[in-house]
Write a protein that binds this ligand. Structure first.
Ligand SMILES: [Zn+2]
Ligand SMILES: [Zn+2]
Length: 139
């Protein structure tokens, strides 16, 4: 089974993608904090458009990213779980919410972004590059 397989909390939305994850990014931006209800989001970058839905179709909220470009935040309309974000400023990748994966055992952060708005008590994993906002070459 693909690493990229999972569902929302209620199970109305189920997805998979026959791809390898590209990167795992922890995002401390205020929008991820608000949307997730948590201190930060764990976002898995996967090739854009590769998610296939075997059940349900997520609803979409059009947000605006730090770039000023749209961020389409897709979530379960029944239970509200965030599923993935289509960030227009990152044309190669969609950003899947790691907590929705069936198997999270392989998830390891490779980059940490938007540290300027991180909660002051957050402890960062050692040896993972950190950026105040987005890294120079990604979104
Ligand atoms: Zn749901
Ligand atoms: Zn964010």
């Amino acid at each position: 089974m693909s690493k990229i397989s999972g569902s929302c909390l209620c199970g109305a939305v189920k997805y998979s993608a026959p791809v390898e994850p590209v990167v795992v990014a922890l995002c401390h931006c205020t929008h991820c904090q608000r949307q997730s209800g948590a201190a930060f989001s764990v976002n898995v970058g996967i090739p854009k458009g590769s998610l296939q839905f075997s059940a349900g179709q997520p609803a979409t909220y059009q947000d605006t990213g730090g770039s000023g470009l749209p961020v389409y935040r897709h979530f379960c309309r029944d239970c509200g779980s965030p599923i993935f974000s289509d960030v227009v400023a990152s044309p190669q990748l969609d950003w899947l919410k790691a907590g929705t994966l069936t198997d999270t055992s392989w998830v390891k952060p490779a980059v940490i972004v938007w540290c300027e708005s991180a909660q002051p008590w957050v402890a960062y994993p050692e040896g993972v590059p950190r950026f105040a906002r987005n890294p120079p070459a990604a979104a």
